[in-house]
Design a protein around this ligand. Structure first.
Ligand code: 8QM
Length: 412
């Protein structure tokens, strides 16, 4: 891949904007981002990161402001570091993520209808049964002497079962969805070695993904087929349908895999909190929500300015890239009391883990369902989650991801 288009490290800092000299894509930052997040918040509502020549927001107030002015802070020029006004996107642009009104509005309406609360009511029983049977199988394997990995055996397994089932994708080779997710979330960052490595594996995976966006490979009545029904009804063209199905396969797996993985890790690291959940299963939803605030799956997204603008006292010229640190906003002491405390009694409404505004996660009802039913299934059958080895992170340019988490599940 060509690295010559990296924003120059020499880009002159704009006058009057605080400079924060961090590399949000180096191993140290990604391994433990929270101190650097604090530094970014402290420096001001809008700062400059010279290594990439970009503006950055890490406070809740500024992240919220960017997401809620979609006319100034556009998505159509890409929501990663690359500016699509200046370079070609690495894949055809998403019709929803990398789009602005009015075309975004049309795509969004279709996905919002498919991923509605009514749909969630229909899939709830199946999603619950799958979570319960998975936990049961893990306990049986553990009883037979196996060590359980809460990532490899649980947080990767569960979404890879229920979500592609709902979309209508066949069983074979679903792990391709994880390889694809790892690549596209790396691709929102710079063209570094991390992206390079994940992209090397991806060519056959991309072909598999595109094949599974075709109607003949999607179960009639599944989410994917419903996109084609919208095309039949004339809401989008038949050419656009596969690209919209691709959004399910891009956004629907690696995000929930890590949302669930991070939530389980929070529970293992905070046994007092897990005990509260075991005592009151109705805390599963707020517990998952707090885990999203505490360890946000998606750490960063970019916007591009459509015009010269001012943001909380800082002047930003047209066609600038601005990175929003969702995860830093979620630990902003200006917004949350004692933000570094994981507390499932907190009701963290207004967290930025699903974004905000017109691009706020359209699949969040399904994501929340998955998190809720997995935590409930655990709370019913497991009284304690003990780490029996150091959890390993999978460093990704955008995701707060896990590679492994060996655990002992203490049955109730
Ligand atoms: C991130 O392809 C897409 O439409 C798409 C890809 C990734 C996401 C969203 C949409 C936010 C989870």
């Amino acid at each position: 891949m060509n690295t010559a288009t990296l924003s120059p490290a020499t880009a002159a800092p704009p006058a009057g904007v605080p400079v924060v000299d961090v590399d949000p894509y180096c191993d140290a930052f990604l391994s433990d981002p929270y101190e650097a997040h604090r530094q970014l918040r402290e420096a001001g509502p809008v700062v400059w990161i010279p290594a990439y020549g970009i503006y950055a927001c890490a406070r809740h107030e500024s992240v919220h402001a960017v997401f809620n002015d979609h006319a100034t802070f556009i998505s159509g020029a890409g929501v990663g570091l690359a500016n699509f006004n200046q370079e070609t996107p690495f894949r055809p642009k998403s019709l929803i993520l990398e789009a602005d009104p009015p075309s975004h509005t049309k795509a969004r309406a279709i996905l919002a209808r498919i991923l509605s609360p009514k749909t969630v009511m229909q899939i709830r029983a199946t999603f619950t049964a799958e979570a319960e049977s998975l936990v049961e199988r893990l306990l049986a394997r553990q009883m037979a002497g196996e060590t359980i990995d809460a990532v490899k055996d649980l947080s990767e397994v569960y979404p890879l079962k229920v979500f592609p089932d709902a979309v209508g994708v066949g069983d074979a080779n679903r792990e391709n969805l994880l390889l694809y997710g790892n690549m596209i979330f790396n691709a929102f960052g710079p063209r570094n070695e991390r992206l390079q490595k994940s992209a090397e594996l991806v060519q056959p995976v991309t072909a598999w993904i595109m094949a599974h966006c075709q109607r003949e490979n999607l179960r009639p009545g599944g989410f994917g087929d419903l996109i084609y029904q919208a095309a039949d009804a004339g809401e989008i063209t038949h050419d656009e349908a596969p690209l919209l199905v691709r959004s399910f396969l891009s956004a629907g797996v690696d995000t929930t895999v890590n949302g669930i993985g991070n939530a389980i890790l929070c529970m293992a690291n905070h046994p007092d909190q897990y005990a509260q959940l075991c005592a009151d299963h109705s805390l599963a939803r707020p517990a998952f929500e707090e885990a999203l605030r505490f360890e946000s799956s998606v750490q960063t997204f970019f916007r591009t300015t459509s015009k010269d603008t001012g943001l909380l006292g800082v002047q930003i010229p047209k066609d600038s890239k601005i990175v929003t640190f969702l995860a830093a906003a979620n630990r902003d002491e200006r917004q949350w009391p004692d933000p570094d405390r994981f507390d499932i009694q907190r009701r963290p409404a207004g967290h930025m883990a699903f974004g905000s505004g017109i691009h706020g996660c359209v699949g969040q009802v399904v994501a929340r369902l998955e998190g809720e039913v997995v935590l409930t299934a655990l709370a019913k059958r497991v009284s304690r989650i003990e780490l029996i080895g150091a959890p390993q992170r999978r460093l990704n340019n955008t995701l707060r991801a896990l590679a492994s988490m060996p655990v002992r599940l203490i049955p109730v």
